[in-house]
Write a protein that binds this ligand. Structure first.
Ligand code: KG4
Ligand code: ZN
Length: 337
């Protein structure tokens, strides 16, 4: 490999219940991004069952890699770098992806790079933009995380706030379960909310006005539970709209305030919940009012995918000269700073 544009990275993501494989050329040229969601396998349990997730990554990953190479019209010897998520996430699923990545890198005699899943989400934005580089504030909002990160340059991250209990997506999924919506509930609650009245029920906005940038969503969950017990005939669209009104207000207030406090001109919003249309609308409106540029990756790069993992790995390899030894271990609780 002589030129950086020629670097061909195979990205592997298996931190939760999506098996995903991507091929990236250079730093940003996404050739293919295949995502196999196991959501249907977990739906009957109302959430991800780690053992089932691990077993299905084992089953699916080799075929997805083959399909990705075929779709990219390349073969194994064409690859120059293997990038795989090594944390945070579920330990079994992480082990499957990382071990597979090590085997490939060793067999092909090419470097391996372990990627932090949260940094991966930030690179979903990098992949889809050309002129929106740090410094900026990043809100990572997904099923596992609600974290505000100050990004002055890629590779150096400062967490300024995070959830003290449930992640926003986790709370939305649990509330969805109470409402009888299948797992994951985010997209369906988003759709239902468009037909509902966000002012129908005034659910609490925990920590929305507290000092600091931490979040809390478990109180909202309990409040919805009691409300539904008392009012079993409540219109489901109104419940969805009122729940999202609370979640969106908390996320918008805190992230705009953090962006201002840390003197940033841009806020990027990444992770599965960044796909939410109501959040997108509210943040765009707030950004316009406060003079802050707001950006979201395209929907397909918001939820878990290997493109963002390949993106972060290729960036670190090309610009920071990084790669990992084969004794790299998965780390379920890996932090970004
Ligand atoms: O980033 P992601 O795929 O996985 C984690 O890293 O956690 O995020 C999944 C989360 C789920 O909680 C799902 O319900 C939520 O993102 N989600 C949404 C929407 N689409 C996915 N939440 C709200 N509105 C959506 N449109
Ligand atoms: Zn994620």
């Amino acid at each position: 490999m002589s030129r950086r544009e020629d670097l061909l990275t195979l990205g592997i993501e298996t931190s939760c219940d999506e098996t995903s494989v991507a091929v990236l050329r250079g730093e940003r040229d996404l050739v293919v991004n295949l995502v196999y969601s196991q959501a249907d396998l977990h739906a009957r349990y109302g959430g991800v069952v780690p053992e089932i997730a691990s077993r299905n990554h084992v089953k699916k990953l080799p075929f997805l890699i083959k399909d990705a190479l075929q779709a990219a019209r390349i073969e194994f010897p064409d690859l120059s770098l293997i990038a795989a998520t090594y944390g945070p996430g579920l330990i079994g699923p992480l082990l499957v992806g990382l071990c597979h990545a090590k085997g490939l890198a060793y067999g092909l005699g090419i470097p391996l790079i372990g990627v932090n899943h949260l940094e991966g989400h930030i690179f979903a934005h990098h992949l889809s933009t050309v002129d929106q580089e740090p410094p900026f504030m990043a809100l990572i909002v997904s099923g596992g995380h609600t974290t505000l990160v100050e990004v002055n340059e890629y590779g150096t991250y400062h967490v300024v706030g995070a959830t003290v209990d449930d992640a926003a997506g986790e709370a939305i999924d649990k509330i969805g379960k109470m409402m009888g919506i299948g797992y994951p509930a985010g997209a369906e609650i988003d759709r239902l909310a468009t037909e509902g009245n966000p002012k129908a029920i005034r659910f609490p906005r925990p920590m929305a006005t507290s000092a600091g940038f931490d979040f809390s969503f478990s109180g909202l969950k309990t409040s919805v539970l009691y409300h539904l017990k008392k009012n079993p005939r409540e219109r489901i669209q109104d419940v969805a709209a009122s729940v999202l009104a609370s979640v969106v207000e908390i996320l918008t207030k805190k992230s705009i305030e953090a962006t201002r406090r840390f003197h940033k001109k841009r806020l990027i919003v990444v992770g599965g919940v960044a796909a939410n249309s109501h959040l997108r609308q509210a943040l765009h409106a707030a950004g316009e009012e406060k003079g802050i540029a707001i950006s979201f990756p395209p929907m397909s790069l918001c939820t878990d995918n290997a493109a963002m993992i390949a993106g972060a790995g290729a960036y670190r390899h090309l610009n920071l000269g990084e790669s990992h030894d084969f004794d790299l271990k998965p780390n379920a609780g890996l932090s970004i700073d």
